[in-house]
Design a protein around this ligand. Structure first.
Ligand SMILES: Nc1ncnc2c1ncn2[C@@H]1O[C@H](COP(=O)(O)OP(=O)(O)O)[C@@H](O)[C@H]1O
Ligand SMILES: [Mg+2]
Length: 505
């Protein structure tokens, strides 16, 4: 170590010694058992010479030599050359792990880490395994996960397309299926989670955990699943508001219809002719207003999703499965965006409301597992802070054991107030500077100095920033197919059951 302050450690390396940005190293102190854990931020060239600009001067000699076909002797000067690493402190490892407040001795030895250096991390890493600790691009034999406590504090998964968001989601689901301690609802608009989507990929069904996975789908799947229906009676005005821009008159008209027709308002509005409705609502609303509403409802009812029979609704089953610590997959891949958003909204609201109701029943509430609702392309629904159920869950979910897991390739489009509620961030490779900036500002840990590193992340490489760990933890997310193979070898699935669990698959 050659310098230079508490907040920046510089060290010299032998010529040719490999080093990477993002690598974690240990600085040892001879006079105390404390070690310093640092992360490499940059690497610089250096040379021993009294002469200022000596490297440029030497390069000039080489070029002139080249022009005259004269060989130069790099071996001769090699002992003078070196690289210097520049690193920032992560913390001080002693009897406990703490913030760095002291400086190592002059010329302290800097070395690579081994897994025993990370023992202190074990207590802050959770049981929902996602990958292995990573130092630069070296993968260490040290599993990394997040804690279930993080669920109601919301989780964000952010990366440019192709950097590994879906793969990470599948890992989270597999870990949750193995644990049976957390409810995890995955809304899958791309149809990639059930069977992996592509021939060489694997999905949740391949885990063979039929007692931990419940599948709902609107398209035909190759395996057991339930079809996806919402009852007209469980759709609320607020749900429709999140789908359509509505004027004040339209909203009032619907409220009035709900008052007049009761629970069945949506069906009545759809079935009755405009004239009848206007009369029923005491001529308070214009034909035009009612027509607009009816046109939208027609669109909704045209779809297979909405049923008039409340008994066919899946909401109750989904909530039960989540409260039973299962993973629920809702495949909406053959739906129109409208329907898919309606499902997300209605289900999220129902889950949140149910948990809120149970809050009063302390004994039951205490036993309730935290529930995580994953939203793909989350930037679509996390845009405006006011009103939407997602904004409400983001703000209040923690009290009611309901967390959101936002998956997005454009975090910059998410409302800044909402994103600041997301306490655990999985930051994978992000090409766009604005996206990185948003995360930098909302992360609960200072990741401002990791800009270089985030740009260099390869698919599957991530940083987990969360208040539950002492620093943003670099991980290599497991490739799901590998993780699955290991899990299957460790705990082979039980023979398939003939009768579905609790009456539904
Ligand atoms: N953890 C990982 N390890 C190795 N390869 C990965 C990992 N995550 C993703 N990849 C590779 O990147 C590809 C895209 O990953 P995917 O999860 O579909 O990205 P996204 O959902 O962000 O678009 C995968 O098909 C896989 O080949
Ligand atoms: Mg994806």
């Amino acid at each position: 170590m050659v310098g230079n302050s508490v907040m920046e450690t510089r060290f010299r390396m032998n010529f040719g010694e490999p080093l990477q940005v993002g690598e974690m190293l240990v600085v040892e102190n001879e006079t105390s058992p404390d070690r310093y854990l640092v992360r490499v931020m940059d690497i610089e060239h250096g040379a021993d010479s009294d002469q200022k600009g000596w490297m440029e001067t030497f390069a000039g000699q080489v070029l002139r030599g080249d022009a005259n076909n004269v060989d130069y002797d790099l071996e001769r000067i090699r002992p003078q050359l070196f690289c210097a690493g520049v690193s920032i402190p992560l913390g001080c490892i002693g009897s406990s792990f703490r913030k760095t407040k002291t400086i190592p001795n002059h010329f302290a030895k800097v070395r690579r880490t081994d897994i025993t250096d990370y023992e202190f991390l074990k207590e802050s890493l959770g049981d929902i395994q996602v990958g292995n600790l990573r130092s630069g691009d070296q993968v260490l034999d040290f599993p990394v996960g997040i804690t279930g406590q993080a669920i109601p504090h919301h989780i964000g998964i952010f990366a440019t397309t192709g950097m590994g968001k879906s793969n990470l989601m599948k890992n989270l689901a597999l870990s949750c299926m193995s644990l049976r301690k957390y409810g995890f609802l995955i809304l899958d608009p791309h149809g990639e989670y059930y069977d992996g989507g592509e021939a060489k990929k694997r999905g949740l069904k391949h885990a063979g955990k039929s007692d931990a996975l419940v599948v709902f789908s609107s398209r035909k799947l190759d395996g057991p699943y339930n079809s996806l229906h919402l009852a007209a009676s469980e759709i609320e005005i607020a749900d429709l508001e999140s789908l359509y821009e509505m004027t004040g008159a339209q909203k009032e008209c619907m409220q009035s219809a709900q008052y007049t027709y009761g629970d069945n308002w949506l069906v009545e509005l759809n079935d009755r002719p405009v004239g009848t409705i206007v009369k029923d609502l005491k001529e308070q609303y214009k034909d035009g207003t009612v027509s607009v509403i009816k046109r939208r409802l027609e669109n909704l009812f045209r779809l297979d999703l909405i049923t008039r029979d409340p008994k066919l609704s899946v909401t109750g089953n989904i909530i039960d499965a989540l409260h039973d610590g299962k993973v629920v997959l809702a495949d909406t891949s053959n739906m129109y965006e409208e329907e898919e958003l309606l499902i997300s909204t209605v289900l999220s609201r129902a889950i949140f409301q149910r948990n809120k109701e149970l809050y009063g029943d302390k004994q039951r509430f205490d036993r309730l597992p935290p529930v995580l609702i994953a939203l793909e392309e989350a930037q679509r629904v996390l845009t405006e802070a006011k009103g939407s159920i997602f904004a409400q869950i983001a703000r209040e979910g923690r009290k009611f054991k309901t967390g959101l897991c936002a998956v997005s390739q454009q975090p910059k489009l998410i409302d800044t107030e909402i994103i600041s509620q997301f306490n655990t961030l999985f930051v994978l490779g992000l090409a766009d500077r604005k996206d990185r900036e948003i995360l930098k500002n909302s992360a609960k840990q200072d990741i401002s100095q990791l800009e270089n590193e985030i740009q260099m992340l390869m698919p599957g490489e991530a940083l987990i920033a969360s208040p539950f760990t002492p620093f943003a933890v670099p991980v290599k997310i497991h490739l799901y197919e590998d993780y699955l193979a290991r899990e299957l070898a460790r705990a082979p699935p039980k023979a398939a059951r003939t009768a579905p669990d609790r009456g539904f698959y």
